[in-house]
Write a protein that binds this ligand. Structure first.
Ligand code: NAD
Length: 295
């Protein structure tokens, strides 16, 4: 029986591979980390000794790796040479647009179908099978990838041709970084002006200042009980990953000469926050830099 090869079983890939198993797929897994592979095996996948071995004979190949250099190395070093011609290749990592286009081009050059399919939603969504996939690739490649991605997420949306999935992801996350800083500034000013945080939330969340940053990840504890601000800014979306995505957005903006002054400010502010030790905290913790409570 054919199988799905899954490479990169870290925080995100682990839950995604487990969901494919739960949906009845046979999964062959590879990761450089022995602990990650043990976890995948415990979740029902079989271990492969290398990426090349995992992809041999696979009908579909999913990768969930840290950054563009890992994706280029794994595809160009192992996957492209060993994948079956009939396999569909899906890279779900968040990487730079140039690397995404390059790897898809290299796959197509060998007659292989591939999409870039980065995700929105964190570890909880990966575990729960509720990710949103933003997909770049031909319509034919999208149609082949969609049934696999749908088993790991709640929405699978084609953004355009190769690289468009990564483009959609970094534009979205640039906007998210900017709105979070704006939301933090507004709460800080409101409190300094003597407004109660809950009262400001009740008004602004129903007025034109409303955004996901306010209503889902409200940076002050209280108004949104499920927000990371209520648990010491633990869990959620790490400031380190927000900085990574802002850097990717700024790199892409430079490449196409797009003006992104607010994105550049957000990158600089998250860089400062990361340098001061904020990297592992949820990105909404940046409010602590503004209100002077960051230690
Ligand atoms: P992670 O570091 O936990 O996992 C990456 C895994 O890839 C690790 O287990 C590592 O050992 C493995 N790996 C690295 N090089 C490899 C190689 N050559 N061969 C095989 N395995 C290799 O990272 P993560 O949090 O799972 O994130 C993965 C991707 O998803 C990143 O691009 C990240 O930006 C993106 N993402 C993460 C989140 C999140 O909340 N963590 C949310 C959305 C998107």
């Amino acid at each position: 029986m054919s199988h799905v090869a899954f490479i990169g079983l870290g925080n995100m890939g682990s839950g995604m591979a487990a969901n494919l198993v739960k949906k009845g797929r046979t999964v062959r897994a590879f990761d450089l980390s022995a602990a990650a592979l043990d976890k995948a095996q415990a979740d029902g996948a079989t271990k492969a000794p290398s990426a090349a071995d995992a992809v041999k004979g696979a009908e579909a190949i999913v990768t969930m790796l840290p950054a563009g250099k890992h994706v280029r190395a794994v595809y160009e070093g192992e996957i492209l040479a060993h994948a079956d011609k009939g396999a569909i290749l899906m890279d779900c990592s968040t990487i730079d647009v140039a690397s995404a286009k390059h790897v898809v081009g290299a796959a197509e050059g060998r007659g292989l179908a591939m999409v870039d399919a980065p995700v929105s939603g964190g570890i909880a969504a990966a575990n729960g099978g509720t990710l949103t996939f933003m997909v770049g690739g031909t319509e034919a490649a999208f149609a082949r990838a969609e049934p696999y991605l749908a088993q790991m997420g709640k929405a699978v949306i084609r953004a355009g041709n190769a690289g468009a999935g990564q483009a959609a992801k970094i534009c979205n996350n640039m906007l998210l970084g900017i709105t979070m800083i704006g939301t933090c500034e507004a709460f800080n000013l409101a409190q300094r002006l003597g407004l109660d945080a809950q009262t400001f939330f009740d008004i602004s969340s129903k007025a034109s200042g409303q955004s996901w940053s306010m209503t889902s990840y409200c940076p002050v504890p209280g108004p949104v009980p499920t927000a990371p601000s209520n648990r010491g800014y633990e869990g959620g979306f790490a400031a380190a990953l927000m900085l990574k995505d802002l850097k990717l957005a700024m790199e892409a903006a430079q490449g196409v000469e797009a003006s992104t002054p607010m994105g550049a400010q957000a990158e600089a502010f998250y860089q400062l926050f990361n340098t001061l030790g904020g990297a592992p905290k949820d990105f909404s913790a940046i409010i602590k830099l503004l209100n002077g409570s960051w230690k």
